[in-house]
Design a binder for this molecule. Sequence first.
Ligand SMILES: [Zn+2]
Length: 309
Amino acid sequence: MNRKEFLATTFSAGLGLAFMPSLLSCVTPIANHSVFDPLILGVGDLRKVRGNISRYTNKGGTVGVFETKEGFLIIDSQFPDAIQPVLDGISSKGKPVLFLCNTHHHGDHTSGNIAFKDQNTKVVAHQRVPELQRKAAEKSSKLAEQRYATVLFEKEYRIDLGNEKVTGYHFGNGHTFGDVMYHFENDNVVHMGDLMFNNVIPVYRTADGSDSRNWIKVLEKALAKFDDDTIFIFGHANKPELTTGNKANLKEMASFLEASNDFVLKAISEGKSTEQLMKETAFIPGFENRNTPERFAGFLDELRKTLLG
Ligand SMILES: [Zn+2]
């Protein structure tokens, strides 16, 4: 550590990160790679996850922020106004955004793509994402406000950023046809996108590719692929502090989907309508933690489509 770095570290420890002037931005060498100071943002909620990975919540799906010496890799973009504080923070560091990776096409994850003005930023997604994004934008008359991924892949895509390797995996459709989870191998963090909704009923639309039985299989593949030390970032949760977790959360999500399937299959066999079910319960039995009244009826109706299909 040189003198400037030493002073900066001491300064940071003494006054707290909130008072760190960006000019003194320090680099603390740990093992064989450097850990940078997280961005300091006045808006939204940015928290360090591990190493150089942070997660940001403001409005829409959780954003992943990863910094290297050469620039940033961002996962998902919320909405233009919601992602702007992150982009301002990045430009204050004088580094480019090298990659913008989308986890799927939904508007609360891709609408902010257009705020990334640098045309050298590579936008990465599953191969189905641009088509689905375009269709959704057409419906909401927002065709002129899109930036589409141009680096597309089917099953796996690996980005080599020196000390960190980031791999995108498509294990099949769970939430949408274009779901991708991104694994930061060195820091062992996985951004799950909307394959993970924590403590809420997930957004579930069969037309977008939601498939509860397949979703369970996708989560099982993730459980087999990653280890007990992995930290997972979730697309949504009922509180910002619950947007990260571990394998236990993935298992709980899979159990919830399993219980939801059983609940709706039983209703189908008993000839019960969604309205009748809603009179009996406000949540899937055993999962009161996922009590999301505004989504419950739609979720049950859409599950019925999957299970009858
Ligand atoms: Zn989504």
